[in-house]
Design a protein. Structure first.
Length: 146
């Protein structure tokens, strides 16, 4: 009887562990949506230009992101990066050269998840033209992700 009890206990522990891992995997692949009010025109890694305004950012799993405004939208692939510590507030970070802004990353509040974006052809050209002089501009997300 004791062998049956140990086997049953191990089976239950295995099921609980598997369920915990499934929950973590689902959270990492879950859809995340938030909004951001960007006070300046900006460009994405794909080269698409956006006017100042409020945008919805929707992340589907770890691979795609949708940026949608009143008059424009874009689906793009991003690189997932895990920061050492969770951030307290969500933010979008832009690289700023002169009068041009480029979306660099989006950090999700209360997680260590950060989405990174590459440089567009225009950004690389602007970087060369300005002598690589840039600054980072952070814009807080309007609402926590869901």
């Amino acid at each position: 009887m004791r062998t049956l009890t140990k086997a049953t206990t191990r089976l239950i522990a295995g099921v609980v562990a598997a369920a915990s891992l499934a929950t973590v995997a689902q959270a990492q692949n879950a859809t995340f949506a938030t909004r951001v009010n960007v006070p300046f025109a900006f460009e994405t890694a794909s080269g698409q230009h956006f006017q100042p305004g409020v945008y919805t950012i929707r992340i589907n799993g770890n691979e795609t992101m949708l940026i949608r405004g009143v008059n424009s939208g874009l689906v793009m692939i991003q690189q997932l990066d895990n920061q050492p510590k969770p951030v307290s507030r969500g933010k979008a970070v832009f690289t700023h050269y002169g009068d041009k802004y480029y979306l660099r990353s989006v950090s999700v509040a209360e997680t260590s998840t950060r989405l990174l974006f590459g440089k567009s052809k225009d950004e690389r050209q602007t970087e060369i033209a300005t002598g690589k002089t840039s600054s980072a501009v952070e814009v807080s997300l309007l609402q926590p992700g869901r």
